[in-house]
Each structure stands twice: as C-alpha cells, then as structure tokens.
Ligand binder design. Sequence first.
Ligand code: HEM
Length: 395
Amino acid sequence: MPHPARYDPLDPATLAHPYPVLAALRAAEPVSWHESMHCWLLTGYADCVAVLRDHELFARDRRRLGAEVPQPSLSVQSLDPPDQAEVRSLFMNALNAQDLPGIQGRAEQRLAHWLDGLDARPRFDVMAEIAVPLSLAVISDLLGVEEPDHSSFAQVSDAVMRSMDGGLDPSLVEPGRLARQQLSELVASWFRTSGRPGLLTHVRDHAAGQRDTGLDLFIRNTARVMFQGGYSTMVAAIGNVVHTLLTRPDVLERMRDPRLLQTGVDELVRFDGPVQGTSRIATRACELGGRKIDAGQTVTVLLAAANHDPVQFTEPGRLLLDRSPNRHLGFGWGTHSCIGTTAAQMALRALVRGLLAHPAPLRAAGAAVRRRTATMRAFDVLPATFGPGGTAGRR
Ligand code: HEM
C-alpha cells in the first residue's frame, strides 16, 4: 500500500480497487497532508462529517478566502449561506412539489421497453444503452424539459464532469468552461420557453421577483447544475450499481423482497457510490484529528473512505442490504448535501425493479473499462448481455 504522501487516486490499481488503499491511508494517518495535491486528505467518518456540517469554518465559497470565482460557476454548489440557503430552499421546495411516483412509473415503463430491445443483442454497453438514456429520461421528466440529443449531451456533460479533476490535471479546466457555457445557453432557453409542468417551471414561478438580481444568476446556474450534475452523477451511479449486481448476482435476486428495495439501494450507494470526494477551505486556523490546519488550506473529504470506515459501519466491505441505520456520505452531509437524493434513490429503485422484471438475467459480457476520473467513480464501458453467453462479472 502506498505511503499517504504517494496516494494517487488516478493510479490504475487504485481506480480498480480504491477501498483497500483508502483503508490503508486511514490506518496510517486519518488526516494527512498531500504535498503534490496540496490539500489535507480526510479518511475517517467523524472527521469528514465534522467538516461537512460546519460551513462557517469550512467554506465552499472560495470568495470568502479572497479568490475570484467566474460568474458561471456561482451556483448552490459553490456558494455558502445565506445566498446558498435561499437558492437551495427554492430548488428543494420545487423538487418536493414534483410527482416522484409518477416519474418513477414512467421511467420503469421506458426502461422495460429498452431492455426488451436489448434482448436480441449478443452484447451491449450498459453505460450507453441503459445508464445514459435512463438518467436523461429521469432528469428531463423531473425538470420538465425536452430531452436533449443523447450523444451530444453526453459529450458536453463529460467535459464538465472531467473538469472536476482540474486540480489534478489543469488541461481539463478550459474544455469544462466551454461546455458549461454551452449548457448555460441551453438552460437559459428552457427558462425562456419551457411551459411544461416540472421543477423548472416551479422555480421560475416562485422566483419571479428575482429577475436582474444576483440571485437570478445563481438560480440559472443552479438549474444547470441540477441538470448536468444530476445527470452525470446518475449515469455513474447506475453504472456502479449494475457493476456490483453483475459481480454479485445473488444481490439482485435478494432485492425481490420489497422490504429490501429501499435499504438495498441506499447500501449500494454506500458500498460503491459515484462521488468519491469533495473539498472545503478552512476559513481560519483549526485542528482536525490532532493536525493543525492553516486558514486558506484545502481539506479534501474522501466520502468513499468515510463510507468504509469500520468505526461507523460494521463490516464495511460487505454489502448488507438491510443495513440500518446507514448514515453514509454517498449523498454528502449537511449544508451542501445532495438536493436530488430522493429523485436519485427513486431512479435507482426503478433500475432495480426493471432488471428484476425482465425475463432474462443480465450478465457481464467482457471486461469493463473504468473512467480515469478521481472525483467521480464511473465506467466508460460496461459490457453485458441478456443472452446465454454471459460471463461472471470481472472487476
Ligand atoms: C445517485 C446519484 C447521486 C449521488 C450519489 C449524488 C451525490 C451528491 C453529493 C455527495 C453531493 C454533495 C457534494 C458536496 O458536499 O460538495 C451532492 C450535491 C448535489 N446534488 Fe447530488 N447526487 C446524485 C444525484 C443527483 C441528482 C439526480 C440531482 C438533481 C436532480 C442532484 C443534485 C445535486 C445538487 C444541486 C447538489 C448541490 C447541493 C448544494 O451544494 O447545496 N444530485 N450530490
């Protein structure tokens, strides 16, 4: 196992099996300074929660430390209270007003149709044929907008997602900025024209007084984050869940028990969720896990490590479908926790129900290709089949 200072999230062996590496990091030093990443790495559950719940001490908004943040990046994700709280409650209220069971029903119907169409194919890519269309269908239905063209949207969204690793590879920053600009134009057109019922119409109607105010900009940027961020995280989550199910076929069978559907889906997110980490900046000098943190230093909260901390989770390496309580950090925690949690859980339940309802079992059909990204854990390609020629899943 590498010394904490040599931890490289993009190392192929670490990408394939991150959890033993994160466990070794935690055992060596739960709060460790990483010289080349220039940040503190947090791997213990309690330290991670302490940072996420204290937005006064640990800022998301870099402007509080004197940094400049480009206007298109100012959204619920990059602001802190009080502005963040106002935008967040607008979107939370809009989400709570949506008919999630209706969206789930429509998602299940469309999924059943796609799965039937895949029956005759000797082999297909779960990412392109299931994860992308299901995520776009759910997000578009939730927001109440026309579904964009799948492949061109996936490309633009990938550029934004990859730019989340801009700290590790600065060449990803500019393509991400351009993609964000393209998406902002798409979202602006939705705000001008969309009259469909859905989250965006609700937000627009309840934010009527904010036109030409700073808040108006934050709202439009947040709509973009909801669409693109929600979509790309869903795609990654679906891929990871299907991969877990392919490598452990008994898990899907056990989820036929309706009592295990909700807790089982949550456990799948804890076990191998898409968002591996997030960061905050210390607004003043403080102490964490016995280490002295200076004001202005970045603290990287390794959610994936916290989700496998044995102090919080008994047998963290086992998938316990009835785990309860399961206060994992797969959807974050506190001020910036995921706004889309209930929608995401609903979409994953639709996926599991769809796979269970399909007459033939889904099997792995070759080696999966991992995406070389650190913040988001995802697959580029995940081959599978409903035919007889499938293989046991490979890692
Ligand atoms: C399984 C799928 C998903 C997972 C695992 C996930 C995970 C997360 C995590 C870990 C955070 C917190 C990041 C931080 O603290 O810095 C977050 C924030 C967020 N998520 Fe999700 N997410 C998912 C799906 C979605 C969906 C479908 C939407 C939109 C419909 C969405 C919208 C958001 C937004 C807007 C934020 C920022 C909230 C804030 O900063 O106040 N997410 N998500």
